[in-house]
Design a protein around this ligand. Structure first.
Ligand code: SF4
Ligand code: SF4
Length: 108
């Protein structure tokens, strides 16, 4: 029940030791720049799809790297592969290639 204008967040923990990180490891092989992400969010801030939908490439990227693959296929289908995110990434992460390969790996 919400009596004070806010809700207590549900505890959320991720045990990386028991997570299935096989697809994440495969993605690092396919797109080596994947590992250089510092989570700055510039890709999300400039994303064309985010201006029209609730798509968040940074969040999708993080979920994938933690083995949380549920629902990511539908999320990734919101991306139109315009490539704007690649242009603004300060770490040179090829986010467009990340998206294409995340889609492929999730189909396997
Ligand atoms: S802009 Fe690049 S470094 Fe920043 S969150 Fe996106 S992929 Fe990571
Ligand atoms: S390629 Fe996809 S994630 Fe990147 S800016 Fe375009 S719509 Fe957004």
């Amino acid at each position: 029940m919400n009596k004070f204008g806010f809700n207590i967040a549900t505890t959320r923990s991720i045990n990386l030791d028991s997570a299935n990180l096989s697809k994440s490891a495969a993605l690092q092989e396919l797109v080596p720049s994947y590992r250089y992400c510092i989570g700055c969010g510039a890709c999300s801030a400039t994303c064309s799809a985010a201006s029209m939908t609730d798509f968040n490439i940074r969040q999708v990227h993080f979920k994938f790297s933690r083995g949380q693959y549920d629902g990511l296929v539908d999320e990734l289908n919101k991306c139109m592969l315009c490539g704007k995110c690649v242009l603004v990434c300060p770490r040179g992460v090829n986010t467009r290639a990340l998206i294409i390969n995340m889609r492929k790996l999730l189909e396997e």
